[in-house]
Design a protein around this ligand. Structure first.
Ligand code: NI
Length: 227
């Protein structure tokens, strides 16, 4: 399931992150690639231990933690610290690959199983050509290019690529997370149920059936969640 989360960053946060990244010490993107993906990865990435990385990461994490749609869709248990990449000029593409199943954070040493992948778009889509995130799932290929500040969540198990950027620069934050609910189908069911309950509550208030359904949601979560 692909889930778009709109306006994860406010305009002010977006502006600050862009300013931080404007003169950041970008490095070859292969610093975090596995053996297979290193062969097809050709972009820029910000090393984890830079001042700009620390500051921009804190802004993204703060925004994620206050976003109810993200929290409901991902049910995050551990979030790999967000990274930043740039596609421009000669270093402008990332061919088909599947992300590594386990990531180890350089800073904390903590391991994260990559149940979900996320891309938070930071550049205005009109400012660059190409750079679509193309994801293959059982329903075929999906090319995604979102407004600056919007984010896509997609299963970590999916084959994906970033199309070549032929004009301008594509700037993004990306990260992985381990969910409290490992199975995609269970997580999807919980998300759909949560969204339906929200709609019921908005249209009918806290009626007895809405309270019962909310109880069912929490009891399913209790059954399936690993915290
Ligand atoms: Ni990837």
């Amino acid at each position: 399931m692909l889930i778009e989360i709109p306006e994860v960053l406010s305009q002010a946060e977006l502006q600050t992150v862009r300013e931080l990244l404007a003169d950041a010490p970008w490095a070859d993107g292969r610093i975090t690639a596995g053996t297979q993906s290193a062969l097809v990865k050709n972009n820029w990435q910000l090393p984890e231990q830079t001042e700009q990385s620390h500051a921009a990461r804190a802004i993204v994490l703060d925004a994620l933690n206050r976003n109810p749609l993200f929290l409901s869709a991902a049910l995050p248990k551990k979030i790999f610290p967000p990274l930043f990449n740039r596609y421009a000029g000669e270093q402008n593409t990332f061919g088909n690959h599947i992300d590594n199943a386990i990531r180890q954070c350089q800073i904390s040493g903590q391991r994260v199983r990559t149940d979900l992948s996320a891309t938070l778009f930071l550049a205005d889509p009109d400012s660059y050509e190409g750079g679509e995130l193309v994801i293959e799932d059982t329903y075929g290929e999906h090319a995604v290019k979102l407004a600056a500040g919007d984010m896509l969540l997609y299963p970590g198990s999916s084959l994906h690529r970033v199309e070549p950027v032929t004009r301008g620069a594509r700037l993004a934050s990306f990260f992985w997370l381990e969910s409290m609910v490992r199975e995609t189908e269970r997580r999807r069911l919980l998300f759909e149920m949560d969204m339906a309950i929200l709609q019921l509550r908005n249209t009918q208030g806290d009626s007895a059936p809405t309270v019962n359904l909310t109880g069912c949601y929490h009891n399913l979560l209790r059954m399936w969640a690993d915290v």
